[in-house]
Design a protein. Structure first.
Ligand SMILES: Cc1cc2nc3c(=O)[nH]c(=O)nc-3n(C[C@H](O)[C@H](O)[C@H](O)COP(=O)(O)O)c2cc1C
Length: 503
């Protein structure tokens, strides 16, 4: 059976330079995961209705994120399902072609340095950096493996795909790792976002681009012009491309450019068969179609990444006009639910990789931690180099004004010497350092639409705590105590005698 040839034949030379490893496609990545013992194949027939979720959830809850899983025989489809492929620090880093994703953060910090180097030698050292940027834009190709098989008209049937019905009370099966391609009807600029899609029948699905997301803005602009918006959805690509769809890039920055930057190689894009949209040529599946400006349908419930079901809400409907796929495609999936889940590792990579950009705009920030346990945007520990009275409030407001960080419900601002990656230390400092009445700021604004506690969908309040050492100009007229620390001399003396102490 052709579809059993899951992986492309390309094999990688063993090389310490992981940067050379842009994946040609999703199956290339799966092949590498399998060779490195990071992927487990499951030969047993398993149902995409709840069973895959239960197995994947148990795996994702293992310390460190468990292994990626490849279900060879989902019961309702001829196509295999891969899940949890980015669900550990190692696999997330492998997905981005690096030993550890902090390397990308370091590289971005270098690139963002504002100084123009002096002298020829220093300028020459800039060339690789500039070359890196020059190789980033996507390139259009005339044909792609994603179009090896084409289904149009009556042959369009989403039911052939092993789409997961994730949780018992979900409104239906949901496509959980879609890369949704649209263009701004005014500027023509592309956007790629990951917006889940509830399958209604063989050729329609919900399009869950939330209020604040760029896909929704493109839809609004098309609706104003009373025009349909053409949409294409790629499933399964080089994971750097998938990651770019999740990345909180500012509107107008092309995700395919960012993907090219990450993979050190342009993303090859091919024109769809029935819509004027370009998609990754090596995708596993592509769904082509359109969203009508004024049509909505109840979407949900859906067991979401908050760990709760999001309720039924009206969302636009995606009409599928054509499904194309590779000759032997693998269907990519994830599940979301009570953390930790696979998306926690994606979120952590985003936190680290985007920190240099955040610091570019808010340079007093030293580090930040959006804990997985709090579903990221619910809570942020941030350390700052405090310089002046009210500085913590300035940083809170900056965070609430910065792209998708606007969703942060609780911000704890700490001094530069706090290690915000250590939650024990954060709790110790936060609880000791605040006088709640004085050090708390409650404000209002946009809230993640998945938040079930806010008064309205997408609108509510946020809170910030100034956990820094207080200054006299902030109304603190006592002496702020020092952290308890042993002297270095005593520590060394004890180190030297330690082996004699029998401890
Ligand atoms: C697994 C997963 C599922 C997601 N589902 C949705 C979704 O259904 N709707 C949505 O608006 N954002 C969803 N997101 C978040 C967006 O993909 C993310 O905010 C992205 O940056 C949006 O891109 P945009 O800024 O181009 O709109 C999801 C993220 C992940 C990792």
């Amino acid at each position: 059976m052709g579809y059993r040839v899951y992986y492309s034949q390309r094999s990688y030379p063993p090389s310490p330079n992981l940067y050379s490893m842009a994946y040609n496609n999703f199956q290339d990545f799966l092949g590498r995961l399998e060779r490195e013992g990071e992927l487990v194949r499951i030969a047993e027939p398993v149902s995409p209705y709840l069973e895959i979720t239960e197995i994947a959830d148990r795996m994702m809850k293992r310390p460190g994120g468990g292994k990626a899983l490849l279900f060879d025989h989902p019961t309702s489809s001829e196509f295999p399902v891969a899940i949890n492929t980015m669900g550990s620090r190692k696999r997330m880093s492998m997905a981005l072609g690096v030993g550890d994703y902090e390397e990308i953060a370091d590289e971005l910090s270098e690139l963002l340095k504002p100084d123009v180097p002096q002298g020829l030698a220093a300028k020459l050292k800039m060339l690789p950096k500039l070359g890196r940027l020059a190789s980033a834009p996507p390139k259009t190709v005339s044909e792609g493996a994603c179009q090896e098989v084409v289904h149009t008209g009556d042959a369009v049937n989403l039911g052939r795909l092993p789409i997961l019905h994730c949780w018992p009370d979900d409104g239906g099966p949901f496509i959980t790792l879609p890369l949704v391609f649209t263009y701004d009807p005014h500027s023509g600029k592309r956007n790629v976002g990951m917006y889940r899609m509830q399958v209604y029948d063989r050729n329609t699905a919900g399009m869950h681009w939330q209020l604040h997301k760029v896909g929704a803005e493109h839809h609004r602009r098309s609706a104003e012009a009373n025009r349909r918006i053409e949409v294409a959805v790629a499933l399964g690509a080089d994971p750097a491309v998938t990651f770019s769809a999740i990345a909180p890039l500012p509107p107008g920055i092309d995700e395919m450019l960012f993907a090219g930057f990450l993979r050190h190689k342009p993303v090859p894009l091919v024109k769809c068969k029935t819509v004027d949209v370009h998609v990754p040529a090596d995708a596993e599946f592509v769904l082509e179609g359109y969203v009508d400006p004024h049509e909505t349908k109840p979407e949900g419930p859906f067991g979401d990444h908050t760990g709760f079901y999001t309720p039924i809400e009206p969302y636009p409907v995606f009409h599928v006009t054509c499904i194309t796929h590779r000759r032997s495609p693998v269907y990519p999936a994830t599940i979301v639910g009570r953390p930790p889940m696979e998306d926690g590792w994606m979120g952590k990579a985003i936190e680290r990789i985007f920190l240099p950009l955040v610091k570019l705009m808010v340079p007093e920030i030293v580090d930040m931690n959006l804990p997985v346990q709090a579903c990221f945007h619910n809570l942020c520990f941030v350390s700052i180099k405090k310089r002046y009275p009210g500085h913590a409030y300035k940083v809170m407001n900056a965070i609430w004004g910065l792209g998708q960080l606007m969703f942060t419900k609780m911000i704890f601002v700490l001094d530069a010497d706090a290690n915000v990656q250590d939650i024990d230390e954060c709790l110790w400092r936060v609880t000791n350092n605040i006088d709640p009445e004085r050090d708390m700021l409650i404000t209002r604004g946009p809230i993640d639409v998945l938040d079930h506690a806010s008064r309205e969908v997408g609108y509510g309040s946020k809170i910030g705590f100034d956990c820094t050492r207080k200054l006299a100009a902030e109304g603190y007229n006592r002496t702020w105590p020092a952290d308890i620390q042993m002297t270095e001399a005593v520590k060394q003396r004890v180190d030297a005698m330690w082996h004699k102490l029998g401890l």
